[in-house]
Design a protein around this ligand. Structure first.
Ligand SMILES: O=C(O)CCC(=O)C(=O)O
Ligand SMILES: [Fe+2]
Length: 208
């Protein structure tokens, strides 16, 4: 079996938002998965994940969300997103492997992962917080990015001066925890010039 990078080293940690100043706790590890593992994992997941089109009701009309999605997890980890209840698909090997790595690095447990495929720069995710009640109080969300680097924006829900823009590169890990989801929103904006795909995996722990 191919060997995956052993996860981040302490020196690679970048503190993005610090709870003392901003009511958010966001850390970025640019080298969580190194090459060639990141590229291998990208191709494995592009073909191995059961990517689905997802629709949403907006103002009485059903619209496709601008990305492909898939939800994997333990059988009891049901999750509501885009207004619908989702039954998890059973874990596949590469996702199980990543989950184990994250659990030991972050010393927490996850029972599910939301996979998002941004086929090109026309795909995106609008402003939102991952604050569904199933995630519990102060959830830890571990977000792994593979493939095309994309912009990621954070903004405080009420203070317009508090904003943060960053680029999530291939193999990186972004951890959002503490009161981040309570006080902040995040988005992946469209970047029309981008033609290459990106996969993002957000590992979560659904309270069952
Ligand atoms: O694609 C990303 O980096 C973010 C995904 C996200 O916010 C989510 O799945 O809730
Ligand atoms: Fe999110």
């Amino acid at each position: 079996m191919q060997q995956m990078g052993l996860g981040f080293e302490q020196k690679d940690e970048i503190l993005v938002l610090d709870s003392d100043q901003s009511n958010a706790s966001v850390q970025y590890y640019p080298n969580f998965i190194i090459e060639p593992e990141a590229s291998n994992l990208l191709s494995e997941l592009l073909s191995g994940v059961e990517w689905q089109a997802e629709s949403l009701w907006i103002a009485g009309k059903e619209r496709l969300v601008p990305r492909r999605v898939a939800w994997y997890g333990d059988p009891d980890a049901q999750y509501r997103y885009s207004g619908k209840l989702h039954q998890p698909l059973p874990w596949i090997e590469p996702l199980k492997r990543l989950k184990a790595m994250l659990q030991s690095e972050l010393n927490t447990s996850f029972n599910s992962v939301l996979c998002n495929l941004y086929r090109d720069g026309k795909d995106s995710m609008g402003w939102h917080a991952d604050d569904e009640k199933e995630l519990g109080h102060e959830p830890v969300i571990a977000s792994v990015s593979l493939g095309q680097a994309r912009a990621f924006h954070l903004k405080h829900k009420t203070n317009p001066k508090l904003r943060h823009k960053m680029t999530l590169t291939s193999g990186s890990l972004l951890v959002m925890q503490g009161t981040t989801q309570q006080y902040w929103l995040h988005q992946v904006p469209k970047e029309p010039n981008i033609t290459e795909p990106r996969i993002n995996l957000t590992f979560r722990n659904i309270k069952v």
